[in-house]
Write a protein that binds this ligand. Structure first.
Ligand code: 4AD
Ligand code: MG
Length: 460
């Protein structure tokens, strides 16, 4: 089906003006008057709708009537002319073909629906301006991430989705099994013996452990794929299925990886500012006033950095009544992170050197014996978007970290081998794609960054 995309009509206006064009799309708004009718068409390629003008004397009334239904899919041939608004174009229709009539029960009749309502119709909400813009940004963001790593000499590797070990050690793995419910098995081993893999298996929570395998052979790698967590947290920033970008770099210490993370964030934000200007303007107007200025600031200014121990002091001196009390050794809760990002720094901040007991087994122990060379990048409005660390590369210390956590040693034999055979300092991080999307759009709920959100008690 030959057609010109609507985006191209505005971008290459001079080329198409006063010529006959054929376009396709769905009717977003329509108006009918005595002699003329108007429909605004969108084909998903751009924010801006294209106005189609129908001279009613040229079309049979019954044909035009159905074409004007909101949601109808049309193919239009006509002349491209200057529009009323600056830059805009219009098409004066000569021919119209109703590709798909839209039933009057189409739920998107109103101009604005609540986000809650739209979540109940995930298959249709993607046709709204908000979700069109979200998914164009999601696509551009993913492209920019690949571009950043490619330009900087990283190899893109594909780590497995089905795995036998729990990277974060948090027991949040979704099981993968082909064996049905069996109430009379004697033990867990007995149960899994008959299962597909002959042992317990699950969906990966992170590609890091396999990423380390690749980094200690290839130098600089990244993975970019779906990760899964059966977390029981029903918050606006937790999803059960989310995408993570995880670089892993050999011969890199904590400061080196922080530099890479900073460069990456600035690179992708700059990319969006140039490639998604219309979409960001839309989110700035509708969801977060000052969004573009915020992003420009991210692209052009230094990120803050604070030691965990100093952050605890800042929180203690804040005079705020937190629900979760603040003491050295506590995990930072959303309310603490929010205070640091929204009230103290007002920009991205790396909190570094967390207590070892609240972090994962693989993080490098600092010389103080109490903290690990780890950092979270926190941003205003969202909180943690990156979890990052230098990895423990000492065999004995790693063994101990696995032991004290009562983790199953046999699951980590290969991982330990990396520390036996030419171990090197290495570091990496994980950026949550959906959290980043929340930050760059001002959308307050992670459910609105995914097509079909997967969250606790919800498989829409
Ligand atoms: O801090 P996390 O748990 O770190 C890791 O998984 C490391 N293995 C990454 C690495 O070093 N390669 O998760 C990393 C990021 C978080 O900062 C957050 O952005 C995102 O993944 N994330 C989630 N996003 C949405 N829903 C959830 N339930 C998430 N859990 C983590
Ligand atoms: Mg984390």
């Amino acid at each position: 089906m030959k057609r010109v995309e609507l985006k191209e009509l505005t971008e290459k206006k001079a080329e198409y003006l006063n010529k006959e064009v054929t376009v396709c799309g769905w009717v977003r708004t329509s108006r009918d008057s005595k002699n003329v009718a108007f429909a605004e068409l969108n084909d998903g390629s751009a924010m801006r709708h294209t106005q189609i003008v129908f001279d009613k004397s040229k079309f049979a009334p019954d044909i035009l009537g159905n074409c004007l239904n909101l949601g109808s899919a049309l193919k239009i041939t006509g002349k491209l002319v200057e529009g009323m608004k600056a830059e805009a174009v219009e098409i004066v229709a000569e021919k119209v073909e109703l590709l798909g009539e839209c039933d009057l029960s189409y739920p998107l009749q109103k101009k604005r629906h609540t986000m809650e309502y739209l979540r109940t119709i995930p298959h249709l909400r993607v046709r709204t301006n908000t979700f069109n813009a979200m998914f164009r940004i999601r696509s551009e963001l993913s492209y920019a991430l690949h571009e950043f790593f490619h330009k900087n000499g990283f190899y893109y590797v594909h780590t497995p989705i089905i795995t036998g070990s729990d990277c974060e050690g948090a027991g949040e793995i979704f099981k993968v099994t082909t064996v049905g419910y069996a109430p009379n098995v004697k033990s867990e081993e007995d149960y899994y013996k008959n299962d597909f893999f002959g042992c317990a298996a699950g969906l990966t929570v992170s590609g890091q452990l396999e990423g380390e395998v690749m980094a200690t052979a290839m130098g600089k790698i990244y993975t970019f794929g779906p990760t899964f967590r059966a977390e029981n947290s029903n918050t606006p920033r937790h999803a059960a299925e989310f995408w993570q970008i995880e670089p892993e770099v050999a011969f890199a210490e904590l400061d080196d990886i922080i530099e890479i993370a900073t460069d990456m964030i600035k690179y992708i934000v700059r990319h969006l500012l140039t490639r998604c200007a219309d979409e960001l303007k839309f989110f700035d107007e509708r969801f977060e006033k000052g969004l573009i200025a915020k992003l420009e600031n991210v692209a052009n200014s230094e990120f803050a950095r604070v030691d965990y121990t100093d952050a605890i002091e800042i929180l203690k001196k804040s005079g705020k009544q937190f629900v979760y009390p603040v003491e050295w050794g506590c995990d930072l809760q959303t309310e603490h992170e929010r205070y640091l990002t929204d009230e103290v720094y007002n920009k991205p901040v790396f909190v570094v050197n967390y207590p070892k007991d609240i972090k994962s087994f693989y993080m490098k122990l600092n010389p103080d014996g109490k903290t690990v060379a780890a950092t979270d990048l926190l941003v205003p409005g969202v909180g943690e978007i990156i979890g990052c660390s230098e990895r423990e590369n000492d065999y004995g210390k790693l063994l101990k970290a696995i032991e004290v956590r009562n983790m199953k040693m046999s699951d980590y034999e290969q991982y330990l081998d990396l520390r036996k055979f030419g171990s090197v300092p290495h570091s990496g991080f994980g950026l949550g794609l959906e959290r980043m999307l929340m930050y760059v759009t001002g959308i307050g709920n992670i459910r609105d960054t995914q097509i079909f959100a997967r969250t606790k008690s919800n498989l829409s």
